[in-house]
Design a protein around this ligand. Sequence first.
Ligand SMILES: NC(=O)C1=CN([C@@H]2O[C@H](COP(=O)(O)OP(=O)(O)OC[C@H]3O[C@@H](n4cnc5c(N)ncnc54)[C@H](O)[C@@H]3O)[C@@H](O)[C@H]2O)C=CC1
Ligand SMILES: O=P(O)(O)OC[C@H]1O[C@](O)(CO)[C@@H](O)[C@@H]1O
Length: 382
Amino acid sequence: MKALHFGAGNIGRGFIGKLLADAGVELVFADVNQAVLDALNARHEYPVHVVGEQAKVETVRNVSAVNSTSDEIIDLIAEVDLLTTAVGPQILERIAASVAKGLIKRHEEGNARPLNIIACENMVRGTSQLKQHVLKALPEQYHSWLEANIGFVDSAVDRIVPPSAADSSDPLEVTVETFSEWIVDKTQFVGEPPAIAGMELTDNLMAFVERKLFTLNTGHAITAYLGQQAGHQTIRDAILDGQIRAVVQGAMEESGAVLIKRYGFDAEKHAAYIQKILSRFENPYLKDDVERVGRQPLRKLSAGDRLIKPTLGTLEYQLPHDNLVKGIAAALHYRSDQDPQAQELATLLEKQGVQATLAQISGLDAQSEVVSAAVKAYNATA
Ligand SMILES: NC(=O)C1=CN([C@@H]2O[C@H](COP(=O)(O)OP(=O)(O)OC[C@H]3O[C@@H](n4cnc5c(N)ncnc54)[C@H](O)[C@@H]3O)[C@@H](O)[C@H]2O)C=CC1
Ligand SMILES: O=P(O)(O)OC[C@H]1O[C@](O)(CO)[C@@H](O)[C@@H]1O
């Protein structure tokens, strides 16, 4: 089997690409980072440091790379059996035109083998969103062929992979935690799902996506935002701060109460899931900066993402949300010179004040109780 994976970054090299290569798949990475592309094509292998109590270095072999803006991509899409992505939610729209061109070539060459596409991003049903972008870029005459031959498979992806240590001179080296979980919607495949160790199939994906995004990512984001406000550099330092930990655990429990109502999760197992996540944040072997985890605050404060969506759930079921609101207020304080969204957030706050800014970014009613409470919490910590 041959696969094309867009995004040879942290999760691409450290998780999805590794699983595919380990399963014996012939893997081509597509990226725009020339240093990474050159190194992959020179060496065809790279080291993955799996850190934990028993650290080990595993070598991923038999990989190559192409520039995702080149025409080689089109030929590959016409040919491969699996296409995966880990590029970031905002990039999916940018790669859609190349995917559409590749699909046209595949059709014209009469390639009738199924192709399954799986976006591995921190998004609810990210592959379905990619499909909409591809359909927009694809002339209508190919749409019925696409429905019959191309599977757009949603997934939930969970492994903490921060950028490699600053002292590493190897652009391919990647450091990952021991834990990993990749769950895909088995109902969306065209043809048989490929057998890839570590890729789990489910017919109840939404429960897993929301469980992951609105527990791990909710807690992670709040740890980052409160951590930055308190002057901590890393997620570990932040979560070891008792005051921050109480809010983070409280927020995950508030979000968890919604998930338990919505999906019928077992309350005890969910409490254990939260404890496991707290211990992952404490991982002494990973150096994960609060600035990385808090990146792109406008995305993280949008209506469907990890802070607002669980809060809306608490309103739906009339459940408490004090800690989630503290997390929302802390997100509004996030600052980063490297992050255009952080700068846009600061400009919006300066121009129109906190109430209007939060309402605009989140889609919440400016007069709502949640916005008032977040404004109060924001001002209390300004
Ligand atoms: N790092 C992590 O622990 C996890 C990340 N994710 C998700 O995975 C996605 C990627 O995250 P990371 O790997 O951390 O980011 P990253 O920044 O390390 O990797 C993204 C890669 O995409 C490449 N890229 C950018 N534009 C591209 C284009 N047009 N075509 C092809 N490649 C392009 C970049 O050069 C980079 O190598 C995000 O959606 C993130 O939320 C999900 C779970 C865990
Ligand atoms: O990748 P995003 O969506 O910006 O968010 C960062 C987060 O995602 C992760 O990369 C893992 O899912 C975490 O490290 C963190 O919660």
